[in-house]
Every structure is written in structure tokens, then in C-alpha cells.
Design a protein around this ligand. Sequence first.
Ligand code: GDP
Ligand code: IMO
Ligand code: MG
Length: 422
Amino acid sequence: MGHKVLTGLQWGDEGKGKITDLLAEKADVVVRFAGGNNAGHTVIVEEEKFELHLIPAGILYPEKYCLLGNGMVIDPFSLIEEMEGLEERGLKLDRLFISSQAHLVLPYHQLIDNLEENRKEGDKIGTTGRGIGPAYADKASRRGLRVGDLLKPLDFSRKLEKALNYHNQIIEKIYSAKPLEHSEVKDKVLALADKIKPHITNIPYLLADLDQQGKAIFFEGAQGTMLDLDHGTYPYVTSSNPAAGGVSSGTGMGPASLEDIIGVAKAYLTRVGKGPFPTELTDEVGHWLQERGNEFGVTTGRPRRCGWLDLPALRYAALINSTTEIALTKLDVLSGLEEIKVCTAYDIAGEKTAKFPDSWQLKEAQPIYKTLPGWEEDITGITSFKELPPIAQDYVNFIEEEIALEISLLSTGPERNQVIKR
Ligand code: GDP
Ligand code: IMO
Ligand code: MG
């Protein structure tokens, strides 16, 4: 059976939580495949707001399986906090399963992430400070501890000791900071193990079973394609593969099992953290978008940088993901602008290109804009395309033509039902 994948096509925060929540209604299983609690996915159901970091948005439905795949990095403290927060709100977590092979984000990862960012002067990445990069670095260096290690306390203790012997040297000698105590870290983490244990399993086998039973599986992306370690604006990226390719490596479900690849994009563009953003607006229009769009990070509360939609970047992201359809979000935020600009191409040293520039070309790349008229009317909550002001319809049709992909969902507000299905 062909399963659905949802990925962000920009620099994250496209509204993946909202669209996952909407589409998860028809799925039996919702799976996260990459990233960790650097993600912040907002879902608003009947005015109740949920902010999810590690647990898939499907958890808000009582009957869905929710899986955390091998490709994720999991901070046990953050996981427990999120689990308890959901339980306090009356949600049952008996269908939550966590990969034994996912890596653990441990206190030294978070410490090193922040020490490293503080050490950098002009070239900070602007990470979320959650230890994501150092945890993936340990995974690649084959020094990481995994969720399954929580099941064997003695092995956990031994592996932690080795990892700390290494990291404490770095903490002391490179950053001149205070090393962490093995027994303290071990006791704190193992104190959480009992609550996590019942959820730990082998995700590839569980997915294969669910697939055989004919269950509909939905893969919920985190971050965005322009933050992909291999395909994004390196080094201003995250340390995983949030694009659709990450589904197979991050869950064990091969590419042939995937059918619809839904890409989520905002009707304008935002980025939180540092790094190139050619269509960024640093003027009052950018500020206006930030206020109107409530563009403040869910995980860190940082203001998001705002700018015009970048079609070369969107076409590039769609290509990387083999995107089959688009969900365009936050169209309502644009209401009230006199005119809306869209970057349709780039000028690189006098040459025009419809492609997104490579990192080495970005400094000299100038966006080429098309200016479209804006609309006055508030469109919040509109559910039919025909009810949109004709100018807003033209904006959507223009994007659709430029990226040669169908915009099958148009979001007109943060709530589950504020959407146009086309
Ligand atoms: P994610 O990380 O991709 O899930 O996105 P975030 O939750 O970080 O940020 C998206 C924000 O936009 C959240 O506050 C959502 O509630 C909100 N949102 C999503 N879709 C829409 C929309 O169509 N209109 C408006 N106004 N807000 C939206
Ligand atoms: P969701 O799933 C937006 C950004 C950080 C930083 C870079 C590296 O909510 O869309 P990291 O902590 O991952 O090492 O930071 O990646 N970043 C995100 N930006 N949304 C996210 O997730 C992000 N996850 C990471 O701001 O620029
Ligand atoms: Mg987010």
C-alpha cells in the first residue's frame, strides 16, 4: 500500500503540525522520522492549542499509532515532559512507540551545543540549543547511546562512561567549562527509563506489520528541506535529513512504499536562526508579516525572520522531495498588503536563472521579483476557493503555475477546519 509523506519545503515552521493534524484523520499510523525536540509543531483544535516537539501530531486522535523512528534523536527529559503534559490533558499514550535504535540526546550534547554557539562570534548557526548537532555527530562517530540502551542499565552506565570520558575532555580543554559527573547523569537519565520502557520497540518490524495489516501510514516531517544537512543552505542547516529521503533511512520503510509526497509551504517565507535568506525583508513590511503571522518560534520563542516567497527555492525543494502536491499555509496573513512580491528567478553575476543558487553563489545572487497586487479582504477561515477574493485566487494560481504542482490544500487560519480543499 502506498503511504503518505509530509515534508516542509522551506526553512521549517511551514505549518506542518496543522496539516499533519488535518491529514492524519484518514491515517492509522503517524510517524516522525528525523530531528528531535528542535521541532515545534502547533496544532489548534477547537481553540485548544497543542505544541508538539517529539511526539507526532497524530497523538491528538485517540485511536492512532504514533511512532518515533530510528532517524530521530530523543532527549529523554524532553520526551517525559511532553508525555506528562499530554497525559495531564487527558490523552492516552498506549499507542506511542519509540525506536530502540533512535539516538539519545544527553545533557552533554545540549551543553556542547550551547558552548559551541557561544564560542562562535560572527558565524553562529543560531541552533535551537537542544543538543541536536552534537547528538547526530556522536551517532555518525559511532559514539552515541541509543534508546534501547535504557533497557540495560549496566550497559548504559558503561557506554555513558566512555562517552563522558571523551566529551568531558572537550568540555574542559576546548571550552574551559565544568565537566559532567557520570553518576549524576546516569542516575537522572535512568530514573526516566521506567516510564519510557513500555514504549520502546523495533520500529522497522512494527511498521512492516502495520503495513501488512493494511494500515494507512503517514510520515510527519520536521524542520524543512532548506535545513536538510545534504540539500539545504549548509552550514546553516540542521544535522538530519528532513526531506522525504529521510523517511526510508529514518524508519526502515523503503521508498517503494511511499506514494503521496505532500509539501508544505507558507504563502510567504520565514527563517529562524542564522543563514542566507535572499528574499528577507528587514523593513516595516517584514515586521508587519512577523506581527500578523505571529512569527515567533514554538521551541525557542525567537522572532522569525520574514520575507517574500522564493519560487526558485520552492521548486528546488519540491524536486528534492519528489513532491506530488502542495499545502499552502498562512494565505490569510497576506490580507491587507497593497502589493505582494514573489521571487521568480535569480540574477547571478548578470545571468538569470530559475534555479536556487548553490551555497557558494548565494552571496552574489540577487532575487528577481514579480510584483502582484494585494487584497484587502480578511479571508480567515474561508473554506471554498470560489469565496476567496479574485486577487487572492490569482496569487494562488500564479504560484501553482510557476511551480507546476497542484496546491491541493490552502490554509486560511491556524485551526483544523480553516482550510480550502481543492
Ligand atoms: P510547523 O513547525 O511546520 O508545524 O509550524 P509551527 O507550528 O512552528 O508554526 C506555524 C504557525 O502558524 C503556528 O502558530 C500555527 O498555528 C500557525 N498556522 C498554521 N497554518 C496557519 C494558517 O493558515 N494561517 C495562520 N494565520 N496561522 C497558521
Ligand atoms: P519545525 O519542525 C525552524 C533551525 C534552527 C537553526 C538550524 C539548526 O518546527 O519546522 P538545530 O537546533 O537543529 O541544530 O538548529 O535549524 N531549526 C528549525 N527552524 N523550524 C524547525 O523545526 C527547526 N529545527 C531546527 O533555528 O537555524
Ligand atoms: Mg515549528
